[in-house]
Design a protein around this ligand. Sequence first.
Ligand code: FES
Length: 580
Amino acid sequence: MVFKPAKWPRKLRSQEWFGGTGRDQIYHRSWMKNQGFPNDLFDGRPVIGILNTWSELTPCNAHLDVLAEKVKHGIYEAGGFPVEVPVFSAAESSFRPTAMMFRNLASMAVEEAIRGQPMDGCVLLVGCDKTTPSLLMGAASTDLPSIVVTGGPMLNGYFRGERVGSGTHLWKFSEAVKAGEMTTEDFLEAEASMSRSAGSCNTMGTASTMASMAEALGMALSGNAAIPAVDSRRRVMAQLSGRRIVQMVKDDLKPSDIMTKQAFENAIRTNGAIGGSTNAVVHLLAVAGRVGVDLTLYDWDRCGRDMATIVNLMPSGKYLMEEFFYAGGLPVVLKHLGDAGLLHKDAITVSGQSVWDEVKDVVNHNDDVILPVEKALTRQGGIAVLRGNLAPKGAVLKPSAASPHLMKHRGRAVVFEDIDDYKAKINDDNLDIDENCVMVLKNCGPKGYPGMAEVGNMGLPPKVLKKGITDMVRVSDARMSGTAYGTVVLHTSPEAAAGGPLAVVRNGDMIELDVAQRRLHLDIPEDELARRLADWAPPADQAEAGYAWLHNAHVEGADTGADLDFLKGCRGAPVGRDSH
Ligand code: FES
C-alpha cells in the first residue's frame, strides 16, 4: 500500500476553536493565554494533544510527566502546538476489582476528550497494561492522526544474583513459599528487588506485549517498545515522536490508514514470535472493532499457529526487556518475520514508511536473547484457540508458557464456583485433588468478576506443590497476567455468568484438553449437558447502578474483545456545536 499525504497547508479542526476574530474564537484563545501561550501558537499550526496516563497510583506510568516534556519539545521543534491532557489511567497493580473493567471506560473518556476538544492529532502516552489498549481504542474511534509513545520497561531486577522478572517471580516465589521452599522473610526481602526503576513490567508481560503490538501495528516509531524507561534513548524516542506527529497531521496519516487487517496480522504473528501475553487477544480484537477491521479469534489461530517463539524472555524464557533492547528489540523480530515470509512488508507505519523499510537492515546483537528459529523456545508459539463443547465460542492457551506433557490431558474436574470459593478451598488439605485433576474456575469472565480478572493462572494446592509438581491443567473464563505461566485455558466463551457450558461443569466430570487438535471437551452425554444448561439460572447481578451496571449491561464476550457493545466502531471527530 502506498500512502498519499494530504495537501498542506489546509484548515485544521482546531481552527474551529482558535481561528478567526469572532467572539467564540476570542473566548477560546483568551482563556488559553492565561497559561502564557503566545498569540502565534493559534495561527493554524497543528494542535497536538499529549494524552497522558501519568498517575502516582499507576506506578508503571509515574515517569510519564518527564516524557511528556520531551514530546512537547519535539512538537514545538516541528512547528506544532502541544497541549498536555491527563486521561483516565487504568493501573494494573492497584485497580479493583480489575483494571480490565476500566479499559473500556478509559477508552470512552479518551475518545470524548479527543473529540470534544481542539486537537488535530494525539500522542498516546501509555505504559501499564490497560493504558495502551484503552488509548488505542479511543484514538481509533476518532481516527485523528495518533502516535503511541510507551514509558518503557523497568531495568532488570536481581535477587541474590538471580534475575527477577516483574510478576513472573511474584508467582514463582509465592508458590515456593506455599511449597515450603522459601521463607516469608526471604519473600519480603525479594519484594524490593522486583521493581528497581521507573517503568512497566520488565518481563514479556502484557505491558511489554502491548508496546510490541503497538509497534508491530505500525502505531509507534520503530524501536519504541523495548527501550528501558530510564535509558536516555527513551526520552529521545519521545522527542522524535513529538516531531513526527506534527507531520502526520499535515499528511493526514490516520489510525485507519495504519491499522489495517494486514497490520493486525503482522501484530498477531509478532505476538507468537515474542511469546506475548494472551491479553493481546482481547485487546487487539477490541482495537480492531473500533477501527472497523474484521478480526476474529480464528485469525489468531490462523496467523499464530506454528509461529516459533524466538524471543527468550520471561515468562516463557530467561531474559528480560533490558536484554531484548540491547539485542536490537522488536525491529529484529519484524526483520525475522519478513525474511521468513511472515510479514506484510508494505504495511504503513506512523513514520509514513513501510514496516519493511524500517527494519530491513537491522542486526541481531545477541542470538541467545533473540534466538535463531532452530533454537526457538517452541515451534508452536502464538496463541492456540481451542473449541469444543466446553468452549463453543472459543478459549485460548499460550503454548510457550505451558508444560509439554499437559498439552494432551484428560482429568477429573475440581470446580470452584467463583474466586471466593477457590480462595476458601485451595489451601485445605482435605480438598479432593491431585496433579492429574483439571482445576475449573467459573464466573471470572467480563460479566462474572466483573471485568475479567487475571486469576486464570490460579495457584496450585499446597499439597500438590509439596510433591514438587509445578503445573496442572486449569480452565476458566478469566484472563491471566502476561507475566504468568502454566497450562492454563483462558477466556472460555461464552463465560459462565453468561450461561456458557463452563457454568454447568460439576466436580468429577472428565475434561479433555488436546492443544494439537485445538479441542476442549467436557466428557458428558450431550443430553446431560443440554439438561444442565436448561436448568441453569444466571447469578444475580451485583451492580444496580453506576459504571459497574453499565459495564455488565453492555460488555461483550472475550471472544470479540470484551468491548462495550455501544462503543464499537469509528465515529470520527466531527467538530460539534460551540458551547457559547
Ligand atoms: Fe503495570 Fe505490569 S503492573 S506494567
